[in-house]
Design a protein around this ligand. Structure first.
Ligand SMILES: C[S@@+](CC[C@H](N)C(=O)[O-])C[C@H]1O[C@@H](n2cnc3c(N)ncnc32)[C@H](O)[C@@H]1O
Length: 203
């Protein structure tokens, strides 16, 4: 499900970028380590700021980044020109990376999700797809907005999200091992249980 106008503004605003760069990425790196030299994918890359962090902060060698919204991919293309063939960008669905990047099972060392799985009505299919494309030992870095946050008046008034089958932090964490993703203690909730950040490892 695409972002509406209000969410597009908020997600691409300077405060959100500071939060992502100065807080979320360092916390994820503490939980799961950096990804120096690896082949990574990013689902729902939006305008490509997370892709830049995956390369610069996490140290990945390359990133295949996908988003459902052609306008976002165009923004990402402009932002990431300097990285050349370290970055592949494509319009497509995170639940089917085979169609988007020809991604076989076990293609990636790391997959990143900066706040996108809660936009997908069939979110369990997205988790299954992340698990499929990760190699054994590969890591899934996620930052998610839970049903608790989406039920708050500000979220309901301003943003559009799938109305059914939203996940709480506990439901998201419980889904991971069903797809061979081990989570252990490598997760944190923030602002009560509104936000969930963590790193799971593919069995
Ligand atoms: C809240 S935004 C986050 C964007 C980006 N990760 C960031 O942090 O700036 C969610 C993004 O997910 C994308 N999206 C929604 N459903 C998707 C799907 N099924 N496959 C790929 N991208 C999707 C939207 O177009 C949007 O760019």
């Amino acid at each position: 499900m695409l972002m509406n106008r209000a969410e597009t503004l908020v997600v691409n605003s300077p405060p959100r970028r500071w939060l992502q760069r100065l807080y979320e990425a360092p916390l994820l790196a503490r939980l799961g380590g950096r990804t120096a030299g690896v082949r990574a994918a990013e689902i729902g890359c939006g305008s490509g700021y997370g892709t830049k962090l995956i390369l610069d902060t996490f140290g990945a060698a390359s990133v295949d980044a996908v988003d459902l919204d052609p306008a976002m991919i165009e923004r990402a293309r402009r932002r990431l020109t300097a990285y050349g063939d370290q970055v592949r960008l494509a319009v497509g669905d995170a639940t089917d990376l085979r169609s988007v990047f020809d991604a076989e099972d076990g293609t990636y060392d790391a997959v990143f999700d900066f706040g996108i799985v809660h936009h997908i009505p069939a979110w369990r299919d997205a988790v299954a797809e992340v698990a499929r494309v990760l190699r054994p030992g590969g890591r899934f870095y996620f930052e998610e907005v839970t049903a608790t946050a989406l039920a708050r008046p500000t979220y309901r008034a301003l943003f559009d999200h799938p109305a059914k089958d939203r996940f709480t932090a506990g439901e998201f964490l419980a889904e991971l091992p069903r797809h061979g993703l081990h989570i252990g203690e490598q997760w944190r909730t923030r602002i009560g249980a509104d936000y969930l950040l963590g790193v799971a490892e593919r069995n």
